[in-house]
Design a protein around this ligand. Structure first.
Ligand SMILES: Cc1cc2nc3c(=O)[nH]c(=O)nc-3n(C[C@H](O)[C@H](O)[C@H](O)COP(=O)(O)OP(=O)(O)OC[C@H]3O[C@@H](n4cnc5c(N)ncnc54)[C@H](O)[C@@H]3O)c2cc1C
Length: 431
């Protein structure tokens, strides 16, 4: 049997600009892929809700389905298991004579533990990992991790001045493997122990997961509607699909790379227009990189109560208040409308997230990690670095030099002056 390269897909569910796939294709004539739905992702947390709720699970299922279809066009089978990688991957390696595993490097605790267990279980297999989720890749940074600036503006200035965004990679359909039998099936929501649902008619994120869907969104947001050219003016919106790019969910699952978006913006700037809006979308992608670097630098401190600043604030743990916040029953209409939107759709705007998080941590002084865990459960676009990084930032245990507190009433007046958003998610009689 030919020696086979195994691509272990994690948060990089795409075939374009996919380093693992690209590297495997340069070395092996026989490649197979694997994705594992780990049942731990769908268990109940200590806080009484699931670690991953139905919205994100559905998006993940769709993303894996499209990945499988796209890989099959390259003649690469994707084996999908509802099993922990440490159990599923060794069996697969033995069956298909896999001698090398290619995968995206993750550094947070659960992912690193899995990787380490797997390495210990497969001493004769080569493990080849690399960072594949950044805009500016770690090997380009002009300073070591310990000297990486803590404040966003300084970080941004350094990467913009000293780093370049690498070009994207692509592989062609070239495989002539003898067909490999793949009896595995992608699990359904029910298999994962979750309820099925209909997309809410007011959802600002009615999209599906997958690489082709990400491309379609980019096509529509950039080239068809030209919304990119007004992004800076609309990005604080609350209603509808087009006030912001909505790329986050595809980015979180790696259905599209940040580099691919960057290069498409550059193309748009050349062919259509270059203005403060086109720049601002790149600026936001740098925020995404920033939180990834903060987590890379501070590792598990991003999950600690005192955050990366080791702040010694007094936090409350009042179950009644936490429940009221989660259910959108705080009595603050702007907070409640946002929380109900999250509950009904798995989506909330950036403006909404800042306000509800600030209210939770700074007004009610509740343990910010519980709010972050609830976001982790509910958000379609949950990304460990962006979520915990932003929560720390808003809660005063991260890197906000101004340590702001949002006045939710003033914010509502400013961003929802006619109460349209609040009316959409709350009963009309409230107004
Ligand atoms: C408390 C809190 C929790 C958050 N949790 C997450 C999360 O789990 N996953 C997530 O992707 N984003 C998170 N964000 C950041 C931000 O709210 C979302 O990235 C953004 O709302 C997604 O919508 P969009 O794709 O339309 O963004 P756009 O406004 O179109 O921005 C384009 C891209 O830039 C990146 N980006 C924009 N703002 C931020 C930011 N503040 N931090 C990091 N990246 C950013 C995202 O990748 C986004 O897709 C959180 C923000 C807050 C305040």
């Amino acid at each position: 049997m030919d020696k086979t390269g195994l691509v272990w897909f994690r948060n990089d569910l795409r075939i374009e600009d996919q380093k693992s796939l690209f590297k495997a294709s340069q070395k092996y004539n026989s490649i197979i892929g694997v994705f594992c739905f780990d049942s731990n992702w769908f268990k109940e947390t200590e806080y009484g809700f699931k670690k991953t709720e139905k919205f994100r699970a559905q998006f993940l299922i769709e993303s894996v389905q499209e990945l499988k279809n796209n890989l099959s066009k390259l003649n690469i089978p994707l084996f999908v298991y509802l099993e922990h990688p440490v159990k599923a991957i060794p069996k697969l390696c033995e069956l298909h004579n896999c001698v090398e595993i290619f995968y995206q490097k993750e550094w947070t605790q659960e992912e690193s533990d899995t990787e380490l267990h797997l390495i210990n279980k497969l001493p004769n297999v080569t493990f080849t990992s690399h960072y594949d989720q950044f805009l500016f890749e770690p090997n380009q940074l002009p300073v070591g991790m310990e000297s990486l600036p803590e404040v966003f503006t300084e970080f941004r200035k350094i990467v913009q001045k000293k780093c370049k965004v690498n070009p994207c990679t692509s592989i062609d359909a070239f495989y002539t493997q003898t067909p490999i039998i793949n009896p595995t099936k992608i699990p359904s929501l029910i298999d994962l122990g979750l309820d099925s649902f209909e997309v809410h008619s007011h959802s600002a994120f009615p999209f599906q997961g997958g690489e082709n869907q990400a491309q379609k969104r980019m096509q529509s947001y950039f080239w068809e509607s030209n919304k990119l050219s007004v992004y800076k003016k609309t990005r604080n919106g609350l209603l509808g699909t087009n006030y912001s790019s909505k790329f986050s969910s595809w980015l979180a699952n790696g259905c599209i790379s940040a580099k691919a978006i960057y290069h498409e913006i550059k193309k748009y700037e050349k062919e259509v227009t270059k203005n403060d809006s086109t720049y601002w979308l790149i600026f936001e992608l740098i925020w995404r990189d920033y939180f990834k670097y903060i987590s890379l630098k501070h590792q598990n401190n991003i999950f600690k109560l005192g955050g990366i600043k080791s702040r010694d604030y007094e936090w409350k743990n009042n179950a009644k208040y936490i429940k009221a916040w989660m259910e959108g029953n705080t009595g603050k209409y702007f907070v409640d409308a946002n929380m109900r939107e999250l509950h009904e759709t798995g989506w909330m705007s950036n403006r909404g997230r800042q306000n509800v998080a600030s209210f939770f941590a700074k007004d009610w002084k509740l343990d910010w990690r519980i709010g972050a865990a609830y976001f982790e459960s509910m958000l379609i676009d949950y990304d460990v670095h962006s979520n915990y990084g932003n929560w720390m930032y808003v809660s005063g245990v991260g890197n906000d030099p101004r340590d702001r507190k949002f006045n939710v009433e003033l914010q509502a007046e400013r961003y929802d002056p006619k109460n349209k958003f609040q009316q959409t998610w709350l009963q009309k009689t409230l107004f």
